[in-house]
Design a protein around this ligand. Sequence first.
Ligand code: R5P
Length: 330
Amino acid sequence: MADSTCCVTSPRKRLMIFSGRSNPALAAKIADKLDVQLGSIELKTFSNGEIYARFEENVRGSDMFIVQSPCDSINDELMELLIMIQAAQLASAKRITAVMPYYPYSRQDKKSAAREPISARLVATLLEASKVDRVLSMDLHQGQIQGFFEIPVDHMTAVPMLADYFRYKDFGGTPLVAVSADAGGVKLAKRFINRIPGCDLAVLTKMRPDHNVAQTMHFIGDVRDKIAIIVDDIIDTAGSITSAIETLYDNGAKEVYVTATHGIFSGPAFDRIGSSGVKEVVVTDTVHVEAAGCDKVKVLSVADILARTIRNVFEDESVSEIFAGDNQLF
Ligand code: R5P
């Protein structure tokens, strides 16, 4: 007969969400949707720039999700995430997931010239060194970033949400054409048109004579008298899109819209968008966007997608089912 004193029942799993300082509004929305309180953590920066983190409640045994999208102060926010992960690990959290809707340094994912680093890979190495258990990220710039990790990386996409926004917008019956902002983005644009019946596809190619400088070189497709929607993963200085917007109007587009998952909007971005002929720029809140900076910018929230993904990871359910299998990397 079994000795009941030998049985050890495992405690219930405990989901905890903490936010770094990069995008607390998004973290709060996620916690709200999951019906949990954001965990309490003290974060501060000493006068010499050192970052300090201390969990203000017990995290032992927890399934912890840390929301941080390093972007505005990218290096400090990345370091803050690493420090939070280490503090959680030393405080005996059972599993630590870095929720990084925007993956910092994602555009440095290969050597494009001699003697360059592969910084996206270095970020992966740093995360693993901090002892994170898994990473959640969204619309990664390139699929190979997932392969930089030995730990699981769950990939989410905002493209269906962005496509649905345009699918249900009233364009008065004018035909739509999605335009890939560069040759590398064709598969992303294809994922976008798959959600919009009758939407055509066109492609631009671009050249970068220098960092942060973009020139549209070629245009393939037909946008005449159509609503053209430029689809990209990132808008940073808005150089790529403003050059593309001009090309599309030169080729007879009736109206031009832009959509991208990550709206970084650094430097001259809002001025460029404001003075361009674009009708609307639709991005998400993967990074904190000061949308008041430009009235042409609309921000949709990915909080629901992230909350459902976190829920499924916590409950050991499928993540790809949330996206009907259409979240795989290219
Ligand atoms: C580049 O390959 C990306 O997909 C974006 O097109 C690029 O990062 C946008 O940068 P910017 O807005 O500064 O032209």
